[in-house]
Design a protein around this ligand. Sequence first.
Ligand SMILES: *Cc1c(COP(=O)(O)O)cnc(C)c1O
Length: 359
Amino acid sequence: MTGVTPAQLLRPEVLALSAYHVPEARGLVKLDAMENPYGWPPEWVADWLDALRHTPLNRYPDPGAADLKTRLRTAFALSADTGLLLGNGSDELIQLLILAVAGCGRPLLAPEPTFVMYRLIAAFTGMDYIGVPLRESDFSLDLDAMLAAIARHRPALIFLADPNNPTGNRFDPAAVRAIIEAAPGLVVVDEAYFPFTDHSVLPERAQFDSLLVLRTLSKMGLAGLRLGFLLGALRWREQFEKQRLPYNIHVLTQISAAFALDHVALLTDQARRIRADRERLAAALASLPGVTVFPSATNFLLLRVAAGDADCLFNSLHKAGVLIKNLHRSGESLRDCLRVTVGTPEENQAFLTALRAAL
Ligand SMILES: *Cc1c(COP(=O)(O)O)cnc(C)c1O
């Protein structure tokens, strides 16, 4: 068979990419992807199915998702002057933001290590990406290095995942503020882990026109629905709205998320339980020989194990039926590091038992 080859047609940056890899998890205790392990009480499920029964699949969804937006504004106490943009997961909003500035000749900047989608999407949109290392000792922001890189590269967009993934820590609010003040472009504070920390930059939103806050319902228990939302000044929202595909939030998501937000106290309760279990799991891990646990404001823990042991421990856990994330090969500062999502007490126990055996 002849014909055009991918190499003849596709942009080099696409050809050079490796796809985002999601490992097979069937039959395993799944502690690799920061999912909430809890489901809904049966009476909820019945009411939710009832709501779905009356949802017409032959019609396009409400393009503006007005009802869902009202529930989001209520559930998260958003002021009327806060612009709200919805995405099919916050990943889609990250892509939308990067596409909006790609080609402007200025780069995207983020501290590293951080959420990999920033770099990945920058790569396939042909945008330059500047990674500024976090401090190796505690993964805190190196403010001097950040400010120097901002002055030198004049980034169009800065992404700060706060709390950060995969390191789990919160950044110093004064450093975040200094970065927002110094930025010549937009600063996106990605608060994917807001359910697991008491801090948010949202109260400062009105002070900074260039500050955008990104959130998602994924980590608080609705990862399957794919709903992210961006909060920012109305005049930015208005511009980004043009780029949003008209029906990006489908009817099942609109109905289901609106339903869940009416019962948001249950999700908040689950998050509280996960936070308490996180502390118990951290304490148990810290008592294991050779294991260092980093402080976490998220629903996962970052661990460092004895030098050279990470691959072997990851494989032993996998054999014992527990799937976590091996970060050992994701860069020098994450050498010997593993990341584990906080699950149910039973799942956490299964992980601890398997880890003890492997050590
Ligand atoms: C998980 C995660 C996301 C992606 O969230 P979705 O809404 O599921 O696309 C975004 N940012 C960070 C920092 C994350 O950890």
